[in-house]
Write a protein that binds this ligand. Structure first.
Ligand code: COA
Length: 375
């Protein structure tokens, strides 16, 4: 192991607070939300049920779920001022920048005036993020001002409908549903920790979420699904993928979509999204991307004992659904806003400002010399 890994750099292995929201790398298949295993949730739940679980602490009854979905549906519309801002963001902007600005602008228009509004504001963001990204995307790419107040039953369906201008089929809606469940919550990852640090200053929810979006944007975090897609689409077949990957490893390049800061042997989300990627690849008659992805997985394990994280097979799964690569990470936001907001609530409920210390490694104390004597 490298010196860096041994030194505990990146706060690795340090307990930085308490949470009742999820466990990562501990029990069950390795990921639980409020005690439920991720496999169980992905198999039996709708994303809105999981969002409810994360926000309110328990799974909803069918009446509560219907009521919750109706509440979210009623919050999909965007204020005119926000639409105008979105229209002014260039088509070649990064969609994560659009999410960050959209969130921040909504905070200007509908800010959190007191913490008593935190759940209402979190639900508003959950309902509005798909509208924000699709409104901008369709305006700047298709010259269309779309209606974001759709009657789609699910958040995933709402997103695909706005993106394509027609309702998705059941297979795609289900795949989106599972994807959103897998990305919803993940303990003290970098973006969630950002949200908690911001919350610990008693800042507002929109600031916490805006900061978290900026953190998720990086390729070592949520941006890995886009980076993985850019890599796999360069390979014409599995043999070429193997040859190129070996070269990348030789050059000590990072392979996006592999490895994890906490999991050591596998990421429990991978098995689930991989099965969906396979299903979607059969649906579109793909003969390249899925076999290429499988070969990458084999080579990385054989050569480096590195496994696919949640992002790797998400890349091909989204691609098979016709989702443009640059929208991959915004989908992560549409889901993870649940985890981020719930962590903000937790931080607020038992708060102390987060302020660690640094080990000083600079020069010894010294006097300021007169300016004429410097240089
Ligand atoms: N490709 C190539 N090498 C990798 C790698 C990858 N994807 N992930 C880890 N490694 C290497 C590291 O460089 C390190 O080598 P070293 O000891 O010689 O420095 C070794 O494997 C162990 O790394 P580890 O301590 O397990 O990783 P980390 O905790 O520092 O970083 C990630 C975790 C996720 C940031 C890292 O695995 C990574 O950059 N992955 C690619 C980006 C990605 O997919 N991010 C999404 C995460 S869900």
């Amino acid at each position: 192991m490298s010196e860096k890994a041994l030194s505990g750099a990146g706060l690795r292995g340090q307990v930085a607070g308490k949470t009742a929201l999820s466990t990562v790398g501990k029990s069950g298949s390795g990921l639980t939300y409020r005690g439920y295993d991720i496999k169980d949730l992905a198999q039996h739940c709708e994303f809105e049920e999981v969002a409810y679980l994360i926000f309110y602490g328990e799974l909803p009854t069918s009446d509560q779920l219907a009521e919750y979905k109706a509440l979210l549906k009623g919050m999909r519309g965007l204020p005119q001022e926000l639409k105008e801002v979105l229209e002014r963001i260039p088509a070649d902007a990064h969609p994560m920048d659009v999410m960050r600005t959209g969130c921040s602008m909504l905070g200007n228009l509908e800010g959190e005036e007191s913490f008593a509004q935190q759940l209402e504001k979190a639900n508003r963001l959950l309902a509005a993020f798909p509208s924000i990204i699709c409104y901008w995307y369709r305006f700047t790419h298709d010259n269309l001002r779309i209606e974001t107040d759709t009657d789609d039953d699910s958040i995933g369906g709402h997103f695909l409908h706005m993106l394509r201008g027609e309702k998705p089929n059941a297979l795609h809606e289900q795949a989106m549903n599972v994807s959103l469940i897998l990305y919803a919550e993940h303990e003290f990852n970098a973006s969630t920790f950002t949200a908690r640090v911001c919350a610990s200053t008693l800042s507002d929810l929109f600031s916490c979420i805006t900061g978290a979006i900026g953190t998720l944007r990086g390729p070592l975090h949520g941006g890995a699904n886009e980076a993985a897609m850019e890599m796999i689409e360069r390979f014409a077949n599995p043999d070429e993928a193997e040859k190129e990957l070996l070269g990348m490893l030789e050059r000590k390049e990072k392979i996006m979509g592999f490895g994890h800061a906490i999991y050591r042997e596998s990421d429990p989300r991978n098995e689930i999204i991989k099965a969906w990627s396979e299903k979607l690849s059969e649906d579109v008659g793909d003969k390249v991307l899925y076999p290429v992805s499988v070969r990458c997985e084999e080579v990385m394990w054989r050569e480096k004992k590195l496994f696919c994280n949640a992002d790797f097979f998400h890349a091909s799964a989204y691609h098979f659904m016709g989702i443009p690569t640059k929208l991959f990470t915004p989908i992560f936001v549409m889901s993870r806003v649940t985890g981020w907001a719930a962590h903000v609530f937790e931080q607020r409920a038992d708060n102390r400002i987060i302020r660690p210390s640094a080990e000083y490694v600079g020069v010894e104390p010294r006097k300021v010399p007169p300016i004429a004597e410097r240089g």
